[in-house]
Write a protein of this length. Structure first.
Length: 636
């Protein structure tokens, strides 16, 4: 039976075994995989429902009425490709190649399906995205301290005693990692603003206020240092700027930290002592670093593993293989203009984007400040092409929609940003649509381009990637996955050491040590918009039918507003307003409300991103800051 791999934007990257029999797909976990271990999360178990969904696009569509109206006519692939190519040529001739933007992201993480279409746009010298919506701020912060965002191999957890989930609901978003920790009998602690399902299943839960992660981490470092609990030999040999950092945290008042974080001094001291004794590993979540304080927070947290003697004692990212060959940036003849991902609406408003090609993404659900983006698309003359499996919100605003196929219908490979395995994905059946690489070849041919790199087969690209990374195609075919060996690693910082005093940060005009800043919005409640358990950003809303559109609010905040459980409420700020139902919950602290993100507007009527801000954190790679959104709520 064919091997498959879940291509979703998820830590686990599960190896699967699939079968297509009597017209029906079945899937199960690959029992030989050391991390994903033969079982699937609830979303993965329902993949056949997604594959067989009635709403799958079968024929290309061309818009016939106003943008967003949903009025299209079906057409042939030949006509659709011709319309796209004619408009692409016209745009480049009239406005230049940089007026064309390819917008793609991790809706499908296959090495070929993710990257191969970029070859065409590199060849054409178009603008490219500067990816900032997901993990950018934390990535930059970890590079400031370690020179890399690649942390510990999770298989090494078997040799550890304590795992701290910091700002991460792993039971929903990294189930295999959570179960791996349980299997290895690790003590599990959680640090978070919300009492999540992971927090409820942890041995200890430290509930802090938004943006105070940096203070908590610095205070833990202070206690560890002042009580001589740190690994002196490791620090002496491997840390740059320890004495300066020691003097920096010396002035920090635990009374002040307690007041700001909401934790008691006893909680802070217990965390520090227990963490130092057990030499804890920290799995740093992505959610809280998508805020104005996120980069500074990750930088502070990153110092803690080094204090207790870990070379790379954090988990954040796992870039195991070089996949750049698939993207083909070598086809460019001039440097790319990079457009910050979260700033798409702004660049459309400024008239800098005239042709937008979207695949592997649904920006009209996932990007913040949706009202601004939708208005920009309606009022501009930008030509939009979307290649997708379904008629998404983004497709509704497109001029041409091309049907895509699923990862069960093509050959590909995927690595993980959690573990060290590359998995094989073999075609199981063929129902509808074309892959991203197939459409790329059609477009290249219609443009009259003869460059052979635009016509390589999927297998040729995969084999080349494996060869460049020293991996075996035969082993991959036999097991369905292959482990990427870990090479000797060093800290790629200016000093060649772990930098508590970050020289890279100083070059950006920031303090060498993490700083705590208070942020306050125009409205009184901080809005958090994490992903829902049964979706991955906007994926599966239309197929699984399981969403939670309720607003979660602390009972005390609700009482102040005359709101009772189950009341209809309006959530509003300067960006927009939505109506939903209030659910009172002590899991959400005072001053915070929670809506799950990126549901389909065409199905729900609204989206949490009608409210979120589209600011970026320039000093941390233009990382997104949409968790720094403030709102108010009233009963309706």
């Amino acid at each position: 039976m064919p091997f498959s791999v879940c291509m979703r934007d998820c830590y686990d990257t599960c190896s699967m075994i699939s079968e297509f029999k009597d017209g029906k797909l079945t899937v199960r976990g690959n029992p030989r995989h050391p991390v994903t271990a033969g079982f699937l999360c609830p979303k993965g178990a329902l993949l056949p429902k997604w594959f067989h969904a009635k709403g799958r696009l079968k024929k290309p569509l061309i818009r016939t009425d106003e943008r967003g109206s949903g009025e299209f006519r079906e057409t042939s692939w030949e006509e659709a490709i011709k319309v796209v190519v004619d408009k692409l040529r016209e745009t480049i001739e009239e406005h230049g190649s940089e007026s064309v933007l390819v917008y793609q992201y991790a809706g499908d993480r296959g090495a070929v399906n993710y990257a191969f279409p970029l070859r065409l746009f590199h060849y054409l010298n178009t603008s490219m995205l500067d990816y900032g919506i997901c993990d950018r701020a934390g990535h930059e912060a970890l590079k400031d301290v370690y020179g890399t965002a690649v942390g510990m191999d999770p298989e090494e957890l078997k040799n550890q005693r304590l795992l701290v989930y910091w700002g991460m609901n792993a039971f929903w978003t990294n189930l295999h990692g959570f179960m791996l920790a349980k299997k290895n009998n690790l003590e599990i602690w959680t640090v978070d603003v919300v009492r999540t399902e992971t927090a409820k299943r942890s041995d200890r839960f430290f509930q802090i206020r938004p943006d105070t992660d940096v203070l908590f981490a610095l205070s833990v470092a202070k206690v560890i240092i002042e009580e001589n609990l740190y690994d002196k030999a490791f620090v002496r040999e491997n840390v740059y700027g320890f004495e300066e950092f020691k003097n920096y945290v010396k002035t920090l008042s635990l009374d002040y930290v307690s007041k700001e974080t909401g934790l008691s001094i006893e909680d802070i001291e217990e965390f520090a002592r227990g963490y130092a004794e057990k030499r804890g590993v920290i799995h740093i979540g992505y959610g809280f670093q998508r805020s104005l304080a996120g980069g500074e927070a990750v930088r502070a947290i990153a110092i803690l593993p080094a204090l207790v003697g870990h070379r790379f004692g954090f988990i954040y990212d796992m870039k195991t293989i070089d996949k750049s060959y698939a993207e083909g940036a070598f086809l460019r003849s001039k440097p790319a203009k990079r457009i910050p991902q979260v700033k798409l609406a702004e660049y459309i408003e400024r008239g800098e984007i005239k042709f937008l090609y979207v695949y592997n993404s649904n920006p009209l659900a996932s990007l913040p400040n949706q009202n601004r983006l939708r208005k920009a698309l309606v009022e501009s003359d930008v030509f939009v092409v979307t290649h997708d499996i379904f008629l998404t919100d983004t497709a509704l605003y497109s001029d041409v929609v091309l049907p895509a196929n699923t990862f069960f219908e093509r050959l590909d490979i995927a690595d993980s940003y959690y573990h060290r395995y590359v998995a094989l994905n073999e075609p199981v059946a063929r129902l509808h649509g074309k892959s991203n690489s197939e459409v790329t070849r059609l477009l290249a041919k219609a443009l009259g381009i003869e460059n052979p790199y635009l016509y390589e087969s999927d297998e040729e690209v995969i084999r080349k990637i494996l060869e460049l990374n020293g991996l075996s195609w035969d082993e991959l075919k036999e097991k369905g996955f292959v482990r990427v060996p870990e090479k000797p690693r060093k800290w790629e910082t200016p000093s060649g050491k772990i930098e508590f005093y970050s020289q890279r940060v100083v070059e950006r005009g920031l303090s060498p040590f993490p700083e705590y800043r208070k942020f306050k919005g125009k409205y009184p409640l901080r809005l958090l918009t994490p992903t829902y358990r049964m979706t991955i950003t906007s994926q599966y809303h239309n197929t699984y039918g399981m969403v939670d559109p309720n607003l979660y609010i602390n009972p005390a905040d609700a009482e102040e507003r005359g709101i009772q459980d189950g009341d209809a409420v309006e959530v509003f700020n300067e960006n927009g307003r939505i109506r939903t139902v209030a659910k009172l919950s002590d899991d959400v602290p005072r001053g915070v409300v929670l809506l799950y993100k990126a549901f389909w507007v065409k199905l729900l009527g609204w989206n949490a991103n009608f409210l979120t801000i589209d600011e970026t954190v320039q000093n941390y790679g233009n990382g997104s800051a949409y968790h720094s959104t403030w709102v108010d709520v009233r009963k309706v």
